[in-house]
Design a protein around this ligand. Structure first.
Ligand SMILES: Nc1nc2c(ncn2[C@@H]2O[C@H](COP(=O)(O)OP(=O)(O)OP(=O)(O)O)[C@@H](O)[C@H]2O)c(=O)[nH]1
Ligand SMILES: [Mg+2]
Length: 325
């Protein structure tokens, strides 16, 4: 099949708001990132901006349930929503992927919503690249709001901070000591804090966070609000959405949103450079086959000898990176 022709057809269907075309374009972007520009060149005339919300928090705190409830309310307001769930589980298990699907089935059939789950490993060019490109596709599709759900650990947390305009940090009762949270740096990334599972308590943690926030100076002039929700009954979700709206208004008025928009691209460019270098190094210096040979030798010749082999191989390594023009 002629892929160029395929992309042209998909793009014209996409422009008619065909969800199947959207799904297929996402798949192309996921599997063949080097072709993304062939898709995006068709959208150069589009200037629509979506509002991008990040929802992050430890595994199981209710991010997906909350995302579903928020989306439901946005749909009722006549908004369209594009969701990206970054799943921490292995791409082989597929379990949580299905889980997200099941939890959100009732809304994912709505014509104004689209949901895509990504396993957080196994992406060519990295997961943040895929998240960024899919969010761009959603913008071209005309989505009013984009919600990115990630588990708040390590790189994913960093991604969401750089890719979303309003970051909601979700916590639950019994999460533990507030000091631990501070150590984990979680208090630095949230624009909004939300204690979910309020049916199980959580007043104490809300108070702790409020106190911690009171002790912090916010250069942006935005003091993150704290809300409490029961994502299953939907209680408190309206207040959370109002907090997101307030934050949106704040960054729009202070024009911080322009910096955030630029920052998305800065981040994208840096990610591109890193993945390019990684690829260059792994392709030109040592490949899977060579690694396997060293490992096999180590197993056959004894595991201490591997140190000499590795040392000899890496001792005098130097890289020279040339710019093409
Ligand atoms: N009691 C109670 N349970 C909730 C609430 N919100 C979600 N849950 C339940 O908590 C479990 C995890 O919810 P998810 O929405 O999958 O949480 P998540 O943060 O998306 O999980 P991962 O994506 O796997 O990290 C599910 O069994 C939900 O039904 C709530 O407000 N109260
Ligand atoms: Mg989830």
């Amino acid at each position: 099949m002629n892929i160029a022709y395929n992309i042209d057809t998909l793009v014209s269907k996409f422009k008619q708001k065909n969800k199947v075309a959207l799904a297929k374009l996402i798949t192309i972007i996921e599997n063949e990132p080097e072709r993304a520009h062939e898709i995006f060149k068709h959208f150069e005339g589009i200037s629509h901006d979506s509002y991008i919300i990040g929802i992050t928090g430890s595994p199981g705190v209710g991010k997906s349930t909350l995302t579903g409830e928020i989306s439901k309310k946005l749909l009722e307001d006549g908004k369209s929503v594009g969701i990206i769930c970054v799943d921490p589980t292995s791409p082989f298990s597929g379990g949580a992927f299905l889980g997200d699907r099941v939890r959100m089935t009732d809304i994912s059939l709505h014509p104004n919503i689209f949901l895509r789950s990504l396993a957080s490993r196994g992406y060519k060019g990295g997961i943040s690249r895929a998240v960024f490109d899919i969010s761009l596709l959603y913008e071209a599709y005309g989505m009013d709001v984009i919600i990115i759900e990630t588990v708040g650990v390590g790189q994913a947390e960093f991604d969401i901070y750089n890719l979303a305009y309003s970051v909601v940090v979700v916590l639950v009762p019994g999460y533990g000591d507030a000091i631990q949270m501070q150590k984990a740096g979680i208090i630095e990334i949230g624009d909004i804090y939300n204690i979910n599972k309020k049916d199980l308590g959580g007043e104490d943690i809300a108070v702790q966070i409020e106190m911690m926030l009171d002790d912090t100076v916010f250069k942006s002039g935005w003091r993150p609000p704290v809300s409490m929700t029961d994502a299953i009954s939907g209680e408190g979700v309206e207040e959370l959405i109002q907090n997101i709206r307030d934050h949106k208004e704040h960054i729009e008025l202070s024009e911080a949103i322009n910096d955030k928009k630029k920052n998305r691209f800065t981040y994208k460019i840096k990610e591109l450079i890193y993945s390019k270098i990684e690829k260059l190094i792994s392709e030109s210096f040592i490949d899977e086959k060579e690694i396997n040979e060293i490992v096999n030798h180590a197993v056959d010749d004894g595991k201490f000898k591997i140190y000499r082999t590795i040392h000899n191989k890496f001792e005098d390594v130097n890289f020279e990176i040339k710019k093409k023009n």
